[in-house]
Write a new protein. Structure first.
Length: 166
């Protein structure tokens, strides 16, 4: 009995691990902002994707439009590879997007159109912090602004304003 129980758990873990990090081709049909897109899979399923490990300027922030336009120039209407890594609190799929072997998430940070994503001041991917630092030193993209406001701080300011007005 114990032998079968062990086999069951091994098979179950393998099944779960294969489904945790799905990788599939899709076509980008809409760029919502600098870190969120809508894709359509080969099975004709529309899916909202949040680029993992990056945080682009929010709509209303300086460079938000340019960030969105840059992401559009990289992948709009193009067939890409989606490498899923889970879901966020808004039920969007978190993923890395590849186009012609380029990691689009990394390019957005390297070229100065997004920050490395942080939660409670801790970056989710230290490699992105390195790319962010390099873009900042070169004054690329949003780093042309003297004091750009990080999206997470901007969201907090907006939330506080909204609560104050209530």
């Amino acid at each position: 009995m114990r032998k079968y129980n062990t086999r069951f758990w091994i098979v179950a873990l393998l099944f779960v691990s294969f489904n945790l990090f799905a990788e599939y081709p899709a076509t980008v049909i809409r760029v919502i902002d600098g870190d969120t897109v809508v894709v359509i899979t080969e099975q004709k399923k529309k899916t909202r994707i949040r680029l993992i490990d990056i945080d682009a300027p929010e709509l209303g922030q300086p460079f938000a439009k340019k960030s969105r336009q840059h992401l559009s120039s990289l992948i709009a209407n193009k067939k890409v590879i989606i490498q899923e890594s889970g879901k966020d609190t808004y039920n969007r799929k978190l993923a890395t997007i590849f186009y012609c072997e380029d990691n689009i998430n990394e390019l957005m940070v390297k070229e100065g159109y997004a920050w490395a994503y942080r939660y409670n001041n801790i970056a989710s991917n230290p490699k992105m912090v390195k790319f962010e630092r390099q873009a900042k030193q070169k004054k690329l993209g949003l780093w042309q602004d003297k004091k750009p406001i990080e999206p997470w701080k901007y969201r907090q300011i907006q939330k506080n304003l909204h609560n104050f007005i209530k």
